[in-house]
Design a protein around this ligand. Structure first.
Ligand code: PLP
Length: 410
């Protein structure tokens, strides 16, 4: 049972592979975070990239959670799901002029600006639209988030944000900008962070810089502390930071700050609230190895291939002896491996398994590689379920493709 729904019955009704998300678990995470920050002027802007299904975004909207977006597509989804523009922050290193235009037209709350060039694009586009864009500078605090290299974003060598020295120059320059109000600071140092230390060091740098700016006469109205809170992929081994401790650190660090603290959690809100349901297609005996070939693959859940990420694999049957399996998908890549040498009760073709911790960076990172249609997504809520993305059909998968009709010359 997951959120009161029988997963065997669900898999028979919806077919596999399919993502199942618990609305109850997501609500609990939202409520826990809101309670931890109660009394502090704050806004939670959910990082849409973690799971951008409209139903998940609608759940956020229903609980006054805004959005942290990184593309015009995420803007469109967020607005469509009912998240008001004034609760949207726009991050990302490569916002195009067209995306800036779309965000200005929608009236997003603020832009997290990541380069000097972007600051000028913002000024130019805002002037064209006759509006004043609110902006924060994304600082790269040069802190090691002690996480996987591919999800670490706050070190000087990463592409994200700018140094404090550069940000200092921006504030002096932006004072003379007619259509940009630069009055915010932003720092997101990475994802799946399980220790408070990197947050402590990064936030301290941000606060020291804020004080320096205020002392030189600048006004800082918001501090965006990014996302990054880790979750327990390996129950009992991964020890996520208690949100109360995180909130206490934020309160203590910014005790003198009279403005809005913005949070951009993604994984924390949805990661543990989702599972990927999959069936065994085949049990294959290799050279000294037992392979379990699933109907889910790296195109459905990329994290193990991309980050060597651990996900628990839970068979929904019991009472068989333990076998050590290499759990793989059917895609033609050796990297299409969910787990190696994993001890599981003996499996047979047709058995149902769930891959846990799949609510974040699962469906949103999926592709149709090997021409495998996108999996279905289902929202569960206290004994009920609703399909929130039906399985893609083959025709939908090829929609937009066409054989050459007319050849153009440039
Ligand atoms: N904010 C920004 C700017 C990000 O780039 C990300 C993730 O890449 C997040 C927030 C969300 O991170 P997480 O899912 O670890 O909370």
């Amino acid at each position: 049972m997951f959120d009161g729904v029988d997963l065997h019955a669900l898999a028979s009704a919806v077919q596999t592979p399919c993502y199942a998300y618990s609305a109850t678990a997501i609500r609990q995470r939202i409520a826990g975070l809101q309670a931890a920050f109660k009394g502090l002027d704050h806004r939670i802007c959910y990082a849409v990239k973690a799971n951008s299904n409209l139903a998940i975004l609608q759940l956020m909207a229903q609980h006054d959670v805004g959005a942290d977006i990184v593309s015009a597509g995420e803007l469109h989804r967020s607005l469509r799901a009912g998240i008001p523009a004034e609760r949207i922050v726009f991050s990302g290193v490569g916002k195009t002029a067209e995306e800036v235009d779309a965000a200005l037209t929608a009236g997003v709350w603020r832009f997290n600006v990541e380069s000097h060039d972007e600051l000028h694009v913002l000024q130019q586009r805002a002037a064209m639209h006759g509006v004043c864009a609110r902006a924060a500078v994304r600082i790269n605090p040069d802190v090691d988030a002690q996480t996987h290299a591919k999800i670490s974003t706050g070190k000087a060598e990463n592409k994200f944000g700018v140094s404090i020295d550069e940000a200092r120059r921006w504030f002096d320059e932006a004072a003379g900008m007619s259509h940009v109000r630069l009055d915010g600071l932003h720092a997101h140092i990475g994802s799946q962070i399980l220790s408070l230390d990197p947050f402590r060091r990064a936030l301290r740098r941000v606060e020291d810089f804020r004080r320096e700016l205020v002392d030189s006469g600048h006004v800082i109205g918001s501090i965006d502390i990014g996302g990054g809170l880790g979750v327990a992929y390996r129950p009992g081994l991964d020890r996520p930071i208690p949100v109360q401790d995180y909130a206490a650190l934020v309160r203590e660090t910014f005790a003198d700050f009279r403005g809005t603290v913005v949070l951009e959690p993604g994984r924390y809100l949805v990661g543990e609230a989702g599972v990927l349901l999959t069936r065994v297609v085949r049990v294959k005996e290799g050279e000294g190895r037992h392979f379990l070939v699933l109907d889910a693959a790296m195109n459905d859940l990329l994290r193990p291939s991309l980050y060597d990420a651990w996900h628990d694999i839970v068979p929904l049957h019991e009472g068989r002896e333990t076998v050590r399996y290499d759990v793989v998908g059917p895609v033609c890549e050796t990297g299409d491996t969910f787990a190696r040498d994993r001890a599981l009760p003996r499996c047979r073709a047709g058995d149902l398994l769930m891959i846990t911790g799949a609510g974040a960076y699962g469906a949103s990172m999926s592709s149709t590689y090997n021409s495998r249609p996108l999996a279905a997504e289902v929202l569960l809520d206290d004994g009920r379920y609703a399909v929130v993305r039906r399985r893609q059909t083959l025709a939908e998968m090829m929609a937009g493709e066409q054989l050459p009709q007319a050849w153009n010359e440039t």
